[in-house]
Design a protein around this ligand. Structure first.
Ligand code: SF4
Length: 462
């Protein structure tokens, strides 16, 4: 029940690059969606010729509004210093020798993506016009995720950001975030990043218990988390976030409370707090199976989450999403909000997932193959197909994650030409009757009692 998904910024691995070690996870930026594989289609109900016409009109309308709305950009850096035992994201260790070639390939992909996307098989007119207008749309958020982007040098991150600026219309006030791990940053590097235009830093702390950090395979200790926060502030990062995880191996309620009190004492304006998910194929899953580790059960993890919500509210943090809290709306992560609004974003790098005009796509996973294909001028993109009902379900599921904003009904109608009930009348009525959602004329949002069991609400829209 408390398997709350993390991370918008990368996607779990599905295939192995031969002979290489793969790990997974990113700290923030949650990018994890239910997908339909290419070729596998679910068909939306079209009740009548009238609804077909309506749908065509709404698609045109949506195409026009999409072309003028802001765009987000995600850049995946698939490298880490070491493996964390719970991680299943598309990230690799021991690849320092590949960094330069990867940065070159990524910059090339950034420049060539509109042509690669335009070459996709049979894009719809809506998608074609969206792709045609990509480079003129205002980019409001850019997110470097991974992996650990700060394993690269500042000059390499600068090259990537410059490639984005050279090829897209980046807003002067765009939110530009990078993920980082405390052990991988210095004040000098953070100053360089700030000077380059990075204005939001999201660091993976995960715990403030040194023994737990060792257990998890993290490369930093609790003292270094505090030092990294000080360095970030000194470098000029006011918009600063830390990630924590509860439900860790052997963790008790008391241990978690100590962690969260320590997080509050660090006084950063944004906190992401996730429930541990034991992902198949990770070392953690193996250790649990072997009886070498145990994690708190659902009830214990639920109690930790409930207490987290109460304590963070008391400490002045507003919960704007299931796993995210900010001291004021100014510190909410605009990039992640674009995901939860199911807006358009471009994704660059192996395993990264993008979304344009209702089409989801992803890149091949393995960095070596990715670099090779980019250098050969070949596409690394795989298109995914989701029918309109599937898209609408994702839009509702993601919107419900935002506790205050919820699903914006006007935006939904603008996109699909019909209200949410057109696709999910039974589900929405049942959830409202059971006081798990509120259906206002303007928005749909989770009730207070639904937040701890949000995943049970979300599955109604899969
Ligand atoms: S730092 Fe750890 S948890 Fe984060 S992406 Fe790297 S291996 Fe995964």
């Amino acid at each position: 029940m408390h398997a709350l998904c993390r991370n918008e910024s990368c996607y779990p691995m599905e295939a192995t690059e031969q002979g290489e070690q793969r790990f997974a996870h990113t700290e923030q930026g949650e990018q994890r969606f239910a997908h339909t594989e290419q070729g596998e289609q679910r068909f939306a109900p079209t009740d009548s010729a009238l609804s077909t016409q309506h749908s065509a009109l709404s698609t045109q309308h949506s195409a026009l509004s999409t072309q003028h709305s802001a765009l987000s950009i995600y850049l995946h850096i698939p490298y880490c210093e070491a493996q964390c035992i719970y991680c299943d994201f598309n990230t690799y260790v021991g690849r320092e020798g590949q960094f330069a070639a990867y940065v070159d390939a990524l910059c090339r992909e950034i420049a060539e993506a509109p042509a690669q996307l335009a070459a996709l098989a049979a894009p719809s007119p809506h998608l074609q016009s969206t792709i045609y207008n990509l480079q003129s749309r205002l980019v409001s958020t850019i997110f470097f995720g991974g992996g650990t982007p700060t394993v690269l040098e500042a000059a390499q991150l600068a090259a990537i950001l410059n490639a984005v600026r050279a090829n897209y219309n980046v807003a002067a006030d765009a939110e530009i975030s990078t993920e980082a791990n405390p052990g991988t940053v210095t004040e000098a590097m953070l100053r360089e990043l700030r000077a380059l235009g990075f204005n939001r830093l999201s660091m993976g702390a995960q715990s403030l218990d040194d023994a737990m950090l060792v257990t998890l395979g993290r490369h930093h200790n609790a003292g270094e988390i505090g030092e990294a926060v000080q360095m970030a502030r000194a470098a000029g990062f006011a918009n600063l976030s830390l990630d924590f995880i509860f439900g860790l191996p052997g963790q008790t309620q008391q241990h978690w409370q100590q962690d969260l009190e320590g997080a509050i004492a660090l006084d950063v304006p944004h906190l992401s707090v996730y429930s541990l998910i034991v992902e198949q194929g990770t070392p953690l899953a193996r250790f649990i199976k072997q009886g070498r580790m145990a994690v708190p059960d659902d009830d214990a993890a639920g109690a930790m989450y409930d207490w987290t919500r109460l304590r963070l509210a008391e400490a002045g943090y507003g919960q704007y999403e299931i796993s995210n809290w900010a001291k004021s709306p100014a510190y909410e992560c605009e990039h992640n909000k674009a995901y939860w609004r199911n807006a358009d974003w471009l994704a660059f790098g192996p395993g990264a997932h993008g979304h344009l005009a209702g089409m989801r796509y992803h890149h091949i996973l393995a960095p070596t193959a990715y670099i090779k294909r980019i250098n050969e001028g070949k596409s690394t993109i795989k298109q995914e197909t989701l029918d309109q009902r599937g898209q609408a379900g994702e839009t509702i599921m993601l919107g419900l994650r935002m506790l205050r904003e919820g699903v914006d009904v006007a935006r939904f109608r603008d996109r699909y030409g019909v209200p949410p009930e057109h696709f999910f009348a039974t589900e929405l009525a049942w959830l409202a009757q059971n006081r798990l959602i509120v259906r206002d004329p303007a928005r749909i949002y989770l009730t207070e009692r639904a937040v701890p069991v949000a995943n049970e609400v979300f599955v109604k829209f899969v």
